[in-house]
Design a protein. Structure first.
Length: 283
């Protein structure tokens, strides 16, 4: 048998090796955010649910989801393969046991419906959402034990088209990331945020609150002056069980309103020279 010259052998092998390095552009299971990330897949048509890593890979190189995007994994460690994502036409809901940040959503600029971040036991911050500047619906931030701030939402400005609810975020220290919000067309609920000391991040909110005001069970809240821009509340006014909030602060906020559309309950706050208002409190 004749031997093939070494140079000829190498010439035959090089195209094969280059082809292997190029990889399959349609392969969604390679696991690396650097592999085939060309953002050329356009918009996913319809809703999309991320329950595991394979579902993350399914959105690689997509720039949008036309419907809802629900991230509801119990074992997902990261979202880095979603780097191309820029828009979600419906809601974005994130519930995960292990995510410590939202890296991978850094290019997201628009959510057509509401934003719900709830039940993320390890989530530390929302900084990956820093480019988000358009939101069509309400905001719920709840049951995120380790979340320390909302700074990643600082790109949002103008009114919120629906409720703003922040509750059971035990280590939420401030809401300064909401400084661009100018109005809330629904419920404002701030409850059971153990480390929250003030509401200064809401100081741009002005005019009519289009729903109930509910400030309850915030252990270290010591003033509500961040809401001084409100002129009226269209429903129930409730400031209860905030042990370090002077009662007079709550009463001052109430007296600064030109009107409200429901009952009033001010009780269980730090006792001072002001009396509680309990006529509208539940029994």
């Amino acid at each position: 048998m004749k031997k093939i010259p070494v140079l000829l052998c190498m010439a035959l092998l090089i195209p094969t090796m280059m082809s292997a390095c190029d990889g399959d552009p349609d392969n969604k299971n390679d696991g690396g955010s650097d592999a085939g990330l060309d953002c050329q897949n356009g918009t996913w048509d319809g809703d999309y649910m991320v329950e595991d890593l394979n579902a993350v890979f399914g959105l690689v190189n997509y720039t949008g989801v036309s419907g809802h995007l629900d991230i509801t994994s119990t074992d997902l460690l990261g979202l880095n393969d979603l780097d191309c994502l820029e828009t979600v036409g419906g809601r974005l809901q994130i519930t995960s046991q292990l995510l410590i940040d939202l890296g991978g959503l850094t290019n997201l600029t628009s959510i057509g419906d509401h934003l719900t971040i709830i039940g993320n036991q390890a989530l530390l911050n929302l900084s990956a959402l820093g480019n988000l500047n358009s939101l069509g619906g309400h905001i719920i931030i709840a049951d995120n034990i380790e979340l320390g701030n909302l700074d990643g939402l600082s790109g949002l400005s103008g009114p919120i088209n629906g409720p703003l609810s922040m509750y059971n975020n035990l280590h939420l220290a401030n809401v300064s990331g909401l400084s661009g919000i100018t109005a809330i067309n629904g419920l404002l609920r701030i409850a059971d945020n153990g480390d929250l000391q003030n509401l200064n991040g809401l100081s741009s909110v002005a005019g009519v609150l289009g729903g109930t005001l509910q400030i309850e069970g915030n252990d270290t809240l010591n003033n509500v002056s961040g809401l001084d821009g409100l002129t009226s509340v269209t429903n129930y006014f409730s400031i209860q069980d905030n042990p370090t909030l002077p009662t007079c602060d709550a009463i001052d906020l109430l007296n600064g309103l030109s009107g409200f559309g429901g009952d009033v309950c001010v009780r269980g706050n730090l006792a001072d020279s002001c009396a509680d208002v309990t006529s509208g409190c539940p029994s």
